[in-house]
Structure formats: structure tokens, C-alpha cells
Design a protein around this ligand. Sequence first.
Ligand code: DP6
Length: 320
Amino acid sequence: MQGSAVAHPNVALVKYWGKRKAAGNLPAAGSLSLTLGRLSTRTTVRLDSAAGEDRLNLNGRENRRDLGRVRDCLAPLRERAGNADAAAVESINDFPTGAGLASSASGMAALALSAAAALGVDHDRELVARAAMAGSGSAPRSLFGGVVALSINEAGEWRCRSLLGPDEWPLKVAVAVTDGGAKALDSRSAMERTRRSSPFYSAWLRGQDADLDDACRAVEQRDFEQLSELSERNCLKMHAAAMSARPPALYFNGATVECIHRIRALARAGSPVFFTVDAGPQVKAVCLPEALDEVTGALRQTPGVLRVLTAELGAGARLA
Ligand code: DP6
């Protein structure tokens, strides 16, 4: 009664920012992301009928704060398996946790798959995706490798799939870490605040279907320029909506903005690179392989950058 899985974080190019009202954890619109190899979350779930309650150990420490989300993720799996045994979850990230590096995505993807294995229902990949979604709206994307699209229709039916496998487009990602601590404002509260109070939220949502369609087309045609333009704009739109919430959700620090300018300067000079920023101060530069050295060099020299991690596209979550 035990399962282990590994999953990689993902970086969104078309962002998920806002949930459907009264629809569990269902995002209001689709999204598109890159699954990052190298950085990973490893999770083991042990079922124990004698234990009174679920427990989570994250990076070697007892964690009560995220237990609610763990239970949300386990609920559909428990229901299908007809097994309500308490779960002891042990999870380790080999990258900064809760700092805008999508640790909730890799965490909930690894949890859904390992718990499904412990409960004997991991053959049902749709159920695993539903469990991942219940834990975190960005997590189903980490179940898949390469470039991943999550699309949702009017009726709220959704589907997550890989558009290109990790070896089908050699994109590289450099992550400029500008703050090593956990973020002050989690994405769940910030997106809800944006939905409730930003005057730009409805405009943000209205543009999402078209952005996702255009991004899927750019990926299928491997059109780096199109994808660059679209991703940068989608990122800034998301942050504009967040910044205009009441009170504002401002994730950028000075170094975040400096990195964005450096990346734009490299692109203007002809390098195939663009930026994106999720719910934290880290900047992700997505580039073609020939630009990686130049991009990491420029980010390392940017004042306020603590370190630069690099990754290529990675595989989807798997049992370990
Ligand atoms: C900015 O998936 O962390 O990274 O569903 O509440 O767990 P919950 O939110 P989460 O939000 C991710 C926000 C984002 C954009 C993205 O990954 O698409």
C-alpha cells in the first residue's frame, strides 16, 4: 500500500489565472506550459489504516498548511478505490519551494500519481489528472512532457495533452532566481483576489481562448517568434490584472524588471529568447539552444540575481 512518483515543474506561457466560480478547482480558461526536465519533485505515499489522520512531510519538515490541498487531491482517488485509509505523504523538491517555480504543479502531479498507485487506481490516467487538478489547477500539465496544453470548453469539460514531446523542439529555459524565500502571496489567494476586484479581469479572460489557440498553432509550426510575442504579452496581461487587484498582487522585484529588460535587449539584438514570469519574482527565459550561454551569462550579471538554473524540456510524471 505504497506508491512513489517523480514529476517536474512546468512554466506557463499562456497562464492560468482565475477559477470558475463554484466549480471546485476548475480554471476559468485554458493554459499552455513547458514541462521542465532536471528540476523535480519526488513523492511517496504510504497508506496506513491504523494511523488516525493524513500527514505531509515536505522537504524534511512536517507541513500542516498544505494538508487541505493534499486531501483535495486524494479525495477522487479514495472515492474510486473505496479506501479511506490515512496517508503519510513524503515529498522532496530539488529546487526552491513556493517561490514561483511551480512547486505546487509538480507536487500535486507527483502526489496524484503516487497516491493513485498506492490505492491501485493509477491505470486510470483521466482520474489521476482529475486528482491533480483538484490539488492545483496547473498540476495536470505536469503529468505530461514537453509542450502541454490544457483546454477547457464552455461546459467546463477539460482536456490536457502534450502538443510536442520533450525531444521534438529543443527549447531551453534559464530561470533567474531573484529571491530564494517562499513568496509572500500564494497564487490561489492572488488569483481569487484578481477575479473579485481587478477591473481588468474580464478583459484578461476574454483574450484567453484566442491566446491559447494562437500558442498551440505557434508550437505546432515551431514558430519561435510568434510564441515569443504571444507569451510575453500573455504574461504581462496576467500581471497587469494581478497588479490592478485590490489590494494589488505585485510579484516583481527590481531584479525581476531588470532581467526582463536584459532579455528584451538580447531579443532586439537578434537572439532567439523571450521571458515569462509566474506568481513569484523569478524570471524564466525561454530560448533556442544557440542562445543559452549568452542568456545565462547576461542573467548572471544582472544585479539582484542570486543564481541561474537551466533546464531543457522534460518528461511527464512517472512512477518511481
Ligand atoms: C501564475 O496552479 O498554483 O503559475 O490551482 O490554486 O493551486 P491553484 O493555483 P496554481 O496557479 C498557477 C498560477 C501561475 C500560472 C500557471 O501556472 O498557469
